[in-house]
Design a protein around this ligand. Structure first.
Ligand SMILES: *Cc1c(COP(=O)(O)O)cnc(C)c1O
Length: 392
């Protein structure tokens, strides 16, 4: 039976999949079963920040798999402790809880906020229009987009939605509702279309949280771990959260997630109240450690920032002569090109010409290229994408 037939017969069709079977990846390239090679500007939906099968991560996984694959969290492992240390030292000196995905990290953060607010009977969390936080019932309630919630009701109560980048709207909610306990947002909206908020908005949220003793939670599942050219997007903005959630790029493509919170918040997630059986397992931890070390040893934050300049320069130049481009946005290895028309034909055209990209919110071409992409390949991919955009 052909692969597509296996899917047809045995796999639940809850994804829209391209009729392509991928077989092998190496660096910035991936191959399908017909031997066609693609330059991948969206490797692993943002998870493969080091490209496909980065050798240092492959080696770490292979070595760890031969020693210990999984043990429960009723024991200590060296790998989990060291991974937490590396993440803590590169962020705000917090403590880590490990899980296996972004939505799970956000569930942990929602629980932490509720337990923090329990004594004063505060439980409501402000989240933002066009945000995205995942697919489990807590995260989907936090995701203020009707298209992800339709038919799932009743949703978990306790979320109040505000417009992104509108400080007065948030202030108004906070000052009129003493049940608010936290503000949760992406420091750059990813799925929502690579929207970068103003610094005043972020500074204002920090002040509101300080004044009202609210938790400021940044969902850095997409922006974190080097994606935006700093270790975490908040560092590029200059506003530090109390809680941060991570997943996607955290372990070089291995499934993993984490919540990091300020040390004084850590006791609220007390023993018995939260857990993840596979969370922080030695295999994921070894991959996570190797990912961080590789980014540092190969100076990849710097490389991502240099590539960002290439992307912004190329797409801004195209914008001058091509009126389908409405706006160009980007930080590090996270680029959004907003169009005045649907982006789906551009995705199709690029795929035919050997380049994989993504389109989100119908009109935003989103690139999450590897941080170790060469300048030459960045330009090569831009050539293909610019041709596709010109043909729209
Ligand atoms: C992808 C994403 C999630 C969900 O992560 P999963 O690993 O798919 O559960 C949550 N928040 C943001 C910002 C994301 O981009």
């Amino acid at each position: 039976m052909k692969t597509l037939e296996l899917f047809e017969k045995y796999v639940i069709p809850n994804y829209t999949r391209y009729p392509v079977v991928l077989t092998r990846g190496e660096g910035s390239f991936i191959w399908d079963e017909d031997g066609k090679r693609y330059l991948d500007f969206f490797p692993g939906w943002g998870c493969n920040l080091l490209g496909h099968c980065p050798p240092t991560v492959v080696e770490a996984i292979q070595a760890q798999a031969a020693k210990l694959i999984h043990v429960p969290n009723s024991w200590h492992t060296r790998e989990q402790g060291e991974w937490a240390q590396l993440l803590s030292q590169r962020s705000f000196g917090g403590k880590c809880f490990f899980c296996n995905s972004g939505t799970e990290a956000n569930e942990a953060a929602i629980k932490l906020a509720r337990m923090y607010g329990d004594e004063k009977k505060r439980y409501k969390i402000i989240t933002f229009e066009d945000g995205f936080h995942g697919r489990t019932m807590g995260s989907v309630a936090a995701t203020a987009q009707p298209k992800y919630q339709r038919g799932l009701g009743p949703l978990l109560p306790g979320f109040v939605y505000a417009p992104y980048n509108d400080l007065e709207a948030v202030r108004n909610i906070v000052e009129n509702d003493d049940e608010i306990v936290a503000i949760m947002l992406e420091p750059i909206q990813g799925e929502g279309g690579v929207h970068i908020p103003s610094t005043e908005f972020m500074v204002g949220l920090r002040q509101l949280c300080d004044e009202h003793e609210l938790i400021l939670h940044f969902d850095e599942v997409q922006t974190g771990c080097g994606r935006t050219g700093t270790w975490f997007a908040y560092q590029g903005i200059g506003v530090t959260p109390d809680v941060m959630t991570l997943a996607k790029a955290i372990a070089g493509g291995m499934a993993a997630g984490a919540l990091i919170c300020k040390p004084e918040l850590a006791p609220f997630l007390r023993p018995g109240m939260h857990a993840a059986t596979f969370g922080g397992n030695p295999l994921a931890a070894a991959a996570g450690i190797a990912t961080i070390r590789t980014i540092e040893e190969q100076n990849l934050l710097e490389n991502a920032n240099q590539n960002c300049e290439i992307f912004l320069r190329r797409f801004n130049a195209l914008k001058e002569k091509c009126d389908v481009i409405a706006d160009v946005r980007g930080r590090g290895a996270m680029i959004g090109v907003e169009l005045n028309v649907s982006g789906a034909p551009a995705v199709q055209k690029c795929m035919e010409n050997g380049l994989l990209i993504n389109c989100t919110h119908g009109v935003v071409v989103r690139l999450l290229p590897p941080a170790n992409l060469s300048a030459e390949l960045a330009n090569e991919g831009c050539d293909i994408l610019c041709d596709a955009l010109l043909s729209l």
